[in-house]
Design a protein around this ligand. Structure first.
Ligand SMILES: [Zn+2]
Length: 427
């Protein structure tokens, strides 16, 4: 029964892709859908009851804090945040018939959400439609390793066109590695750290590789692409929804057929924006004008694939991980976005294929590099990062280099991270 929703969403997504030919088509169609959403879905939850919004501008911008504060009034079943958290604590996937999940952020800062079973499968159907090759007459064997689909581990769906198998991210790759090898998928959808593990492990020969649930770092992309000999296509998704899927050319296109995007510029950054999203497809928990945590770089040039959906140059990290560093001159903290930190490290020496950077205090940044990296490469990374921080206005910051990286596969990979909270956050 639930699979019917995946099939319906698959067909709807495919049909829309044929119908919406130009960005103008998309805009017009989206306006129509947003109006219907504002008129019908929005007033169905108490938070917006009585709100008469003719356009998105009429609504307040929400964020993780305001959504948490109004949680039970933002979903149609009145599920409270405590109820949802209790279910998650006892590893229960369901609360009052809804599926409850959380984002993979840091503890205490996790976004919690509820969706219906139908919505979860519709989401899957959309992903499959957007990842399907243009030539649909070849049977595909798809392996899905995605958060919040762990409970489907072991379940298989098979039609004449497609075979789907779920693998549990929570149990770790080693647990089902042999099973995956025996399955020999031609399409793999997994977080980048899993893709990298599989690429380095060998024994698989996928023709379509999709990275999702975490930011795809160019380092991992290069390693996975070299191992499998194919372009890694990024899926931009979060607990809040499905936001984009890369086309066959590897360019990420926004899922404007399900989500309306607004953009907030990041002051002091080199052209980065934060998305404010409205999901006009999901209705169990309303996500209207929700400010995401991601830092994006938009792409101006249209994509050669011909898709009318807006293209993204890169997802450069998360707003939570923007470093706020003390200036030598005092005053406001100097803001350094994760992409600047990343480029400083990686461009310092081509042998640097992995790293972690953590801001642990106002004037301290720790860098972890692979234990086998030659000392001169580590020294180059330190010098390069120090210079980049000084350019951003943060002189006098202590950069400490450590040898050896421990990568827990079950945790979300964030190479650049801020573990320190300014007393009065800048920006
Ligand atoms: Zn494209």
């Amino acid at each position: 029964m639930a699979w019917m929703h995946a099939v319906a969403a698959f067909l709807r997504t495919k049909r829309l892709a044929r119908r919406l030919r130009t960005s103008q088509d998309v805009r017009r169609w989206q306006q129509h859908r947003v109006r219907a959403f504002l008129a019908r879905s929005l007033p169905a939850v108490p938070y917006y009851a009585g709100t008469r919004a003719a356009q998105l501008d009429d609504l307040p911008v929400m964020d993780k804090t305001s959504v948490a504060a109004a949680f039970e009034r933002l979903n149609t079943c009145g599920v409270t945040l405590e109820e949802a958290r209790r279910a998650l604590d006892r590893s229960d996937e369901r609360v009052r018939g809804l599926i409850v999940g959380q984002s993979t952020g840091t503890t205490g800062n996790r976004g919690v959400y509820v969706i219906s079973e139908a919505e979860r499968f519709a989401w899957l159907g959309m992903i499959l439609a957007k990842t399907a090759p243009q030539f649909p007459f070849v049977k595909r064997r798809v392996a899905l390793v995605l958060p919040s689909y762990g409970a489907l581990y072991g379940s298989v769906a098979e039609t004449r066109r497609i075979a789907l198998r779920f693998f549990d991210l929570g149990r770790g790759v080693e647990y089902w590695r042999d099973e995956l090898r025996a399955y020999q998928p031609d399409t793999i959808v997994a977080p980048p750290k899993v893709l990298r593990f599989l690429a380095e492990d060998g024994g698989l020969h996928p023709q379509h590789v999709f990275s999702g649930a975490e930011v795809l770092d160019p380092i991992d992309r290069a390693i996975v692409e070299a191992a499998f000999g194919v372009t890694v296509r990024e899926i931009y998704m979060a607990t809040e929804g499905l936001f984009g899927v890369a086309c066959a050319l590897g360019v990420l296109h926004l899922a404007e057929d399900a989500v309306a995007f607004e953009w907030e510029p990041v002051p002091g950054s080199d052209g980065l924006v934060v998305p404010v999203i409205t999901d006009f497809v999901r209705t169990t928990q309303i996500m209207a004008r929700y400010r995401m945590n991601d830092l994006l770089r938009l792409r101006d040039a249209p994509c050669a694939c011909g898709s009318p959906l807006r293209a993204i140059e890169a997802i450069e990290g998360r707003t939570d991980d923007v470093l706020y560093l003390a200036r030598e001159t005092g005053g406001d903290a100097a803001m350094v976005t994760p992409d600047v930190v990343r480029n400083a490290i990686v461009d310092a020496d081509r042998r640097i294929l992995d790293f972690r950077v953590v801001q642990a205090a106002a004037g301290r940044v720790d860098v972890w590099l692979p234990a086998d990296l030659p000392p001169e490469a580590a020294a180059a990374a330190s010098a390069s990062l120090t210079l980049a921080l000084r350019r951003a206005g943060a002189g006098g910051v202590e950069v400490s280099i450590h040898a050896g990286i421990d990568i827990p596969v079950d945790r979300k990979l964030r190479r650049v991270r801020r573990d320190w909270q300014p007393v009065s956050p800048a920006g």
